[in-house]
Design a protein around this ligand. Structure first.
Ligand SMILES: [Zn+2]
Length: 104
């Protein structure tokens, strides 16, 4: 076994040694393992999607409640406000992260 290969990125699917430029495995076309910058970008994007989903879900839920019996639920309203602020914050973080680029 060659322990020197540990440092080089290898394809998670077929074990082919990868180069940084390709983005996909030259042998089986599987996506390369992500670097820290890409991981962080994906994490921020995922969090933003979750916040946006909660926002829209609670917004529609409150709209439904309001149409049905004219009530405004304070807990749902604060969830709407909270996820909206969180969504904007995460979108801003994502924007700054993308603008910064993969290099330090
Ligand atoms: Zn491969």
């Amino acid at each position: 076994m060659n322990t020197e290969l540990q440092a080089a990125p290898v394809c998670p699917q077929c074990g082919e040694t990868l180069t940084d430029e390709d983005g996909v495995c030259p042998k089986c076309q599987a996506p390369e393992p992500q670097n820290d910058w890409e991981k962080e970008r994906e994490r921020l994007k995922r969090l933003w999607v979750v916040a946006a989903l909660f926002f829209w879900f609670s917004l529609f839920f409150q709209a439904g409640l309001f149409i049905l019996d004219g009530t405004l639920n304070l807990i749902i309203l604060s969830v709407i406000m909270g996820t909206m602020v969180l969504g904007i914050f995460l979108k801003f973080r994502l924007y700054l992260h993308v603008r910064k680029g993969p290099k330090d």
